[in-house]
Each structure stands twice: as C-alpha cells, then as structure tokens.
Design a protein around this ligand. Structure first.
Ligand code: ADP
Ligand code: ADP
Length: 231
C-alpha cells in the first residue's frame, strides 16, 4: 500500500464570494521509497498542499492517509504526534535554534518523543554522521555555512526515522555548490529507501527526483517519472 494517499482533496480558504479554491481535487499516491518533486507556478497551491501533507492543516474535503492514519480522524494531540514521528520537515530557512549546538538541534524531535538522553545522543550523532557533519556536532548554527546548517536540518528531519521527509524549497537560500551538496544527500537518502517529497520551483532541483508532479491552479496537470512515462 502507498505510504501516502490523497483522494479528491479540496482546500478552500474563506467563505462565500471571497473564498479561494486553492486545491480542486488532488489524487496522489506516493509509495515507500518514492522521491517526488512538486512544481508549479506561484499561487498554484504548492504551499497549501505542503501544509496538508505535513498535517499542519486539514483539507476542506477529501481523504489523506499517511502511514495508515486517516489524518482527518485524528485529534490535535494525535496530529502533533504524527507530525513529530512520521514526518521529517526541512525548510527553506533551515529553522535551527540559535545558540544551541548542532547536536542539540538534532536531538530536539527525540526530546519531544521522550527518548532518553544516551539514546538521543547516539541517534543524533548517527544522523549528523549521515550528512557528513559528525565533526561539527558542537558548533552552533551561526558558526556554520548555509549549506552546513541545512545539512543539520536534514539530520534533525531524519533522526526519528520518519515515514516521510517533507522538504519545502530546501535549496532556496543556498548557493549552487551548497545546493549540490544537499541534492547529493537527498539522492543518497532516496537510494537508502527513504520516501521524499520536495517542493521546488527550480527545474534543476526537481530533475534530481524520481518523479515530478506539476500542479497548476489547484490541480495536478502532469505526473512524470524519470523514465519519462506519464502516469
Ligand atoms: P503556491 O505555494 O503555489 O504559491 P499557495 O498554496 O500559497 O500557492 O496558494 C494557492 C492559492 O490559495 C492562492 O490563490 C493563494 O492566494 C490562496 N491562499 C493561500 N493561502 C491562503 C489563505 N490562508 N487564505 C486565503 N487564500 C489563501
Ligand atoms: P510561499 O511563497 O511560500 O508559497 P505565500 O507568500 O504564498 O508563501 O504565502 C505565505 C503565507 O500567506 C502562507 O501561510 C499562506 O497560507 C498565506 N497566504 C497566501 N495567500 C494568501 C491570501 N490570499 N490570503 C491570506 N493568506 C494568504
């Protein structure tokens, strides 16, 4: 079964004449190990879709299943647990906590998850090693380059072994060399079987994914695998 399934998802903001129909019937299955890029022009509904996929928002209509959970049926508390345990978020602006070490930043999701100190440390160091930053564990974000900060953020996203890695314009604030580093890491995660959904408006970033979905005006208008086969 797909790890992520959207069926006839609609999202409407506001009511009456002023309402905006941001998503107008999205159907999407993502399988375990898929590496998916979502593209589309400004205003097409990418952020709206991202907020739904990340369980930050609930759709006005339609079904979203993530790792066997029907998201609509969850309480706020259960949603928060799903967000923390099933989803690893990566943001354009890194969102690291300043004046906390890289290691402490990566440990944060495990603190929320109630993991004990020694185990937290072990898992966080393992995640930092995975992004090539074991030797920067004691550095604070402001002592790291943008690319390194984003690698710490990826380690933080991975530390809970989430079902889904959800990245919103992860290279939007990076130069081309750092962008390449991040894309290489995403490649290796995909090779290791991680499920990745990335939102980007950069063609060269999307091309690295195994599947490119284009949305326009709240609808999926194209769904292409790297083999070039239209679904
Ligand atoms: P994108 O991320 O592709 O730029 P968005 O998902 O932000 O697109 O927006 C899709 C549409 O929904 C746009 O018309 C936008 O103005 C509208 N929209 C997004 N968020 C809100 C909101 N909170 N209230 C009202 N309209 C919104
Ligand atoms: P992005 O460029 O990342 O897609 P946007 O500028 O579209 O971000 O949106 C920034 C924030 O404003 C989001 O939280 C979005 O939901 C909200 N938003 C977008 N369009 C509207 C709108 N027309 N009315 C109210 N809120 C909006």
């Amino acid at each position: 079964p797909p790890v992520l399934r959207l069926h006839d998802i609609h999202q409407v903001y506001g009511a009456g004449e002023a309402s905006v129909h941001a998503l107008r019937g999205i159907d999407l299955d993502v399988a375990q190990g898929d590496y998916v890029a979502i593209m589309g022009p400004s205003g097409s509904g990418k952020s709206t879709l991202m907020n739904l996929l990340g369980c930050l928002d609930i759709a006005s209509h339609g079904v979203y299943e993530l790792a066997g959970h029907d998201v609509r049926s969850l309480t706020e508390r259960e949603l928060a647990k799903v967000r923390n345990e099933e989803i690893g978020f990566v943001f354009q602006s890194f969102n690291l906590v300043p004046r906390m070490t890289a290691l402490a930043n990566v440990e944060l999701p495990l603190i929320y998850g109630g993991v004990r100190r020694a185990e937290r440390r072990r898992l966080a160091l393992e995640a930092l090693a995975l992004v090539g930053l074991a030797d920067r564990a004691d550095h604070q974000p402001q002592q790291l380059s943008g690319g390194q900060q984003q690698r710490v953020a990826i380690a933080r996203a991975l530390v809970t072994s989430p079902t889904l890695v959800l990245a919103d314009e992860p290279t939007g604030n990076l130069d081309s060399a750092s962008t390449e580093e991040i894309l290489d890491i995403l490649d290796s995660l995909a090779d290791a079987g991680r499920t990745i959904v990335i939102i980007t408006h950069e063609e060269n970033v999307a091309e690295r994914a195994h599947r490119i979905i284009t949305i326009s005006d709240g609808l999926i208008v194209r769904d292409t695998s790297t083999a070039g086969v239209l679904q």
